[in-house]
Each structure stands twice: as structure tokens, then as C-alpha cells.
Design a protein around this ligand. Structure first.
Ligand code: PEP
Ligand code: MN
Length: 344
């Protein structure tokens, strides 16, 4: 990783640096942070001669060589000072809450508009709404592109940024063109490296956009999760948030195995912010508040919670696991108190 003395390299300097690393079979990827741009060396950056030549350039402050499978996401990376914003909030400075329906019902848009207004009133930072849905059963509702307009209209009405899951290249393009602020990679796709690369490339052109990467049901070691984030960031946009959401179920009664205790382990390895999804972790509305508070106690920077004004009229996961806006308001109040206590 190359750190220039100034906040960024001039085009001529970048050409010179690129020419040097190319001789050694590497390439350069600029990563544009809030304060300065750093330049990742992609490829095998161990060659001493290459490093010496780069270090000899008078506009280079230093070359950091991090021996890590995820050198950009690593806690020791120079990106560690990067801060990710969600709407008006900055992760790490206040507890961020993403809330809204699992699934937007295109036949009943008013439910979504009412939910959007209610989650804003409850104190949410950002609105979520499923447009395209990964469904186990191929004969159930798979989502509808019409819901994208409903999502963006709710964003305009409330002023909240919005988050939606995308599962393929067309959806990525449609969502970004429509103005979706945060692309969600779902648990089923968190190990789809081709999709991760597609998203990385797409958001490298849109540095104001963010990616919420769910933990796959089948991920084991921490490094698997952080490396999936590295796939996205390696294209140049460092706005990636890790989202534990429960792994394959082991406890009778919970939909998945709640993994909110993973946060301290992630924080040891990576600088990435963590937003925990208690809704999919437990899969039942009445268990969501406890899981949400546990997540904050374990150090989460935020929560992603399914909420619906009338869960029984919802579709997708909403009838089972969406909390009402009243319950959401209680969770947000207590979670923010706990977050402040944790900060001391
Ligand atoms: C969702 O957020 O509605 C969803 C399908 O999540 P996950 O990918 O975590 O199952
Ligand atoms: Mn859901």
C-alpha cells in the first residue's frame, strides 16, 4: 500500500508509480478515502527492488506491507481511519439503525409509505425495503422491479437513505441508477465472488454509495467474512459494512444461530463497521429486542431491523419477524442508551 506525502498523487506521479509496479507484474488501485487517497498494490508486493524504487520517489511518504489475506480491510491498514456515513450519521460516532420492511408489496405501496414514515419517527437512520427477494421456494413471490420506484418515493418523502438487496448485475445497475444509497449483499450471496466483484466495480464509480455485506449462513472463520468485503473494496470504494445475521440454525426455536457475539472478534481483525441484523438471526418478532440489545452490548456500530406498520399484512419475512414501529422505537431508545453506556 502506497502512501503519498500529499493527499493524493498527481496524474504524472500515478503514471510513474504504475509503470514501476507493472514491471513487477503488479497493478495499482487507488482507494479514495475521506481525507486522503491511498494506493493499493495488487499482486505480489514482496519484491524488494520494486519497494526500493517506490520508496526512492520523493513524493512517497512510505510503503506499508501488510501480510494479511485482506490487506485493505485489515485493522492495520491505512484505511483504518476511513469513516463511513449513512445519511447524516457517521458510523462509530452514533448508533446507526436501518429499519423497514423485509419486502415491499408492490400491490400495496401505502404500507411501505406508512412504514417509512413510522420508522423515521421511531428514530431510524436509514430505510430498508426488499425489491428483489432471494426465496427458498421458487414458486413464492420473488420481488418486483416496480418496488424500486416505491422505495425511492419513500426515500424522497422521508429524506432517509435507502438500502435494498441486489443479486445480479442487472439489479446492481438498476438500483444504482435509481439512487439506492446502500446495496445489500444477502446471506445467500455473500460467498458469490463473481457478484462481489460486480458490485465492487459498480460502486467504484459511485463513491457516495455503500455496501452492506451480510454474513453467509455457511461462513466459518472470521477471515472468510472479511475477505468477502475485501473483494468489494479492492475495486476502490471503501464503504463496506459487515452485517452478521445468524448462521445455519443450531438452536430449536431460532430461525438461525444468532451470531451477535462475533463483533469483538471482527473488531480485532478489521476496521470495518459492524451492523448486526437481529431479525434474521432469530426469525421471530418477539425475540428481536433481546438480540438487538445483545448486539449493541457486544460492540455493534448499528442494527438492521425488519419493521412493518402491520406485520400480519406484510409479505416475505414480515408476518413472522417484523416488529411494529412502537417496538422498534423502544429498541432504538434502549439500544442508544446502551451504546452511550458502552462508550462510557
Ligand atoms: C433480508 O434482508 O430480507 C434477507 C433476505 O436477508 P438475508 O440475506 O440475511 O437472509
Ligand atoms: Mn427478510
Amino acid at each position: 500500500m502506497i502512501l503519498p506525502k500529499a493527499s493524493r498523487l498527481t496524474p504524472e506521479q500515478l503514471n510513474e508509480v504504475t509503470a514501476i509496479v507493472t514491471e513487477f507484474g503488479c497493478s495499482i488501485q487507488p482507494i479514495i478515502g475521506a481525507v486522503r487517497t491511498i494506493y493499493a498494490i495488487l499482486g505480489d508486493e514482496r519484491d524488494e527492488l520494486m519497494i526500493n524504487r517506490l520508496e526512492g520517489l520523493d513524493y512517497i511518504e512510505r510503503i506499508d506491507r501488510i501480510q494479511s489475506p485482506f490487506k485493505l480491510m485489515d485493522r492495520r491498514s491505512d484505511l483504518a481511519t476511513h469513516r463511513i456515513r449513512v445519511g447524516k450519521a457517521t458510523l462509530g460516532e452514533e448508533l446507526v439503525v436501518i429499519a423497514g420492511q423485509c419486502t415491499i408489496d408492490p400491490k400495496n405501496p401505502n404500507y411501505f409509505y406508512e412504514t417509512a414514515a413510522a420508522v423515521k419517527e421511531a428514530g431510524a437512520t436509514s430505510l430498508r425495503g426488499g425489491v428483489w427477494k432471494p426465496r427458498t421456494n421458487p414458486y413464492t413471490f420473488q420481488g418486483d422491479v416496480k418496488s424500486l420506484d416505491i422505495l425511492m418515493e419513500a426515500s424522497r418523502r422521508t429524506g432517509l437513505p435507502v438500502d435494498a438487496e441486489v443479486m445480479d448485475e442487472d439489479q446492481v445497475k438498476l438500483a444504482l441508477d435509481a439512487g439506492v444509497h446502500m446495496l445489500q449483499v444477502g446471506a445467500r450471496n455473500a460467498l458469490n465472488y463473481s457478484l462481489l466483484r460486480t458490485i465492487g466495480k459498480a460502486v467504484s464509480q459511485r463513491l457516495d454509495r455503500t455496501v452492506l455485506l451480510k454474513r453467509s449462513l455457511h461462513m466459518g472463520p472470521i477471515s472468510e467474512f472479511v475477505s468477502a468485503a475485501e473483494y468489494i473494496v479492492a475495486f476502490g470504494n471503501p464503504n463496506v459494512i459487515l452485517c452478521p445475521r445468524g448462521t445455519a440454525p443450531t438452536l430449536d426455536g431460532y430461525r438461525n444461530h444468532p451470531d451477535e457475539s462475533i463483533t469483538p472478534l471482527l473488531k480485532e481483525k478489521t476496521w470495518a463497521p459492524v451492523i448486526v441484523d437481529p431479525s434474521h438471526s432469530v426469525g421471530k418478532a418477539s425475540y428481536v429486542p433481546a438480540c438487538a440489545l445483545a448486539a449493541v452490548a457486544y460492540g455493534a456500530d448499528g442494527l438492521c431491523i425488519e419493521s412493518h406498520v402491520s406485520p400480519s399484512h406484510g409479505i416475505g419475512d414480515d408476518p413472522k419477524q417484523a416488529v411494529t414501529p412502537e417496538v422498534l422505537a423502544g429498541i432504538i431508545r434502549q439500544a442508544r442508551q446502551l451504546w452511550a453506556m458502552r462508550r462510557g
